[in-house]
Design a protein around this ligand. Structure first.
Ligand code: HH2
Length: 288
């Protein structure tokens, strides 16, 4: 059974402590559940629902109560399916200003989902303890330095400007990870602070997203924990036509398969249902 993590020491300053805490989180004998909090007007599945700070804070409390191990907060939609409206640095910080400290105060480790190094730096100073970069340190040239200087764990996610149906997506993701890991090593980011993520739905056809989940073990050779974020994504619609809000069944199936294939963390909108599904799957495995 998953437990809510309320270890406030996770957000204590100090590089070593932050890295140790990631290691301790990952050492739990179950996959971790990262709950998504989108403080945005335009996220693909819940845009506008949590833009008002009081609503965002209520949602963060709900994610924590339902058993999220990490809360991933973002204030700029990354629009995996195009049509991104970029948000200024000031606007992104303004959206987060009231919400982030209240979320940090819940005691659940917080990751900041941002493309901008100054937003990441500011969020880390507010108590966030993980950086989630959906361009894997390859977009903002200052991101790796910020991560290294704060000694914080970082999620390196694969991305592409456009999907190319003819490429070998497994090899493309591996090459991207190799580039990101070189950037990280150059900046002095310790390897044990890195989590890899194939970026389900980002610059991928539905078939390629499915292949990434099916062949997760292909990236085991990097020797790093893997995060999978399949929640409500469009590849589910390609299998069973459905609106984003109707994709819970597909999200659960995808995350259970990801965990079966070695994912250490799943990034989800529906924490309670995911925690329950993972607990039952684990109980069945134990009963073998
Ligand atoms: N997916 C989204 C955003 N951030 N970060 C990681 N590491 N992995 C993911 O798969 C991932 C991510 C897209 O989901 P959401 O945040 O709900 O949508 P939007 O980007 O439109 O706000």
């Amino acid at each position: 059974m998953a437990t809510t993590l309320t270890d406030s020491a996770f957000s204590a300053p100090g590089a070593a402590r932050k890295a140790d805490k990631l290691a301790r989180l990952l050492a739990k004998e179950r996959p971790l559940v990262m709950g998504v909090l989108n403080v945005t007007p335009d996220s693909f599945s819940d845009g506008g629902r949590f833009l008002e700070p009081p609503l965002a804070i209520v949602q963060a409390r709900r994610l924590a109560a339902e058993g999220a191990d990490i809360i991933d907060i973002g204030a700029e939609s990354t629009r995996p399916y195009g049509g991104a409206v970029s948000v200024s640095l000031e606007e992104e910080r303004r959206r987060l200003a009231e919400v982030l400290p209240a979320v940090v105060a819940l005691g659940v480790p917080v990751s900041i989902d941002t493309l901008k190094a100054p937003v990441a730096a500011w969020a880390l100073e507010c108590g966030a303890t993980i950086v989630n970069d959906v361009w894997g340190l390859q977009r903002d040239p200052d991101m790796a330095r910020v991560v290294a200087e704060h000694g914080t764990p970082v999620i390196i996610m694969h991305n592409r400007e456009t999907a190319d149906p003819v490429i070998d997506i497994i090899a493309d993701v591996a090459a991207f990870f190799t580039r990101s890991l070189d950037i990280a090593a150059h900046a002095g980011i310790a390897r044990e602070r890195i989590v890899l993520d194939p970026g389900i739905g980002f610059g991928k056809t539905a078939e390629q997203s499915l292949a990434c989940i099916a062949r997760l073990a292909a990236w085991r050779s990097f020797g790093l924990p893997i995060l999978v974020g399949a929640s409500r994504k469009r590849f589910i619609h390609a299998v069973v036509p459905s609106e984003p809000a109707e994709r819970l069944g597909g999200s659960l199936a995808a995350h259970l398969a990801a965990v079966e294939n070695g994912a250490a963390i799943v990034r989800v909108h529906d924490v309670a249902a995911t925690v329950q599904a993972l607990a039952v799957a684990a109980a069945i495995r134990r009963a073998r």
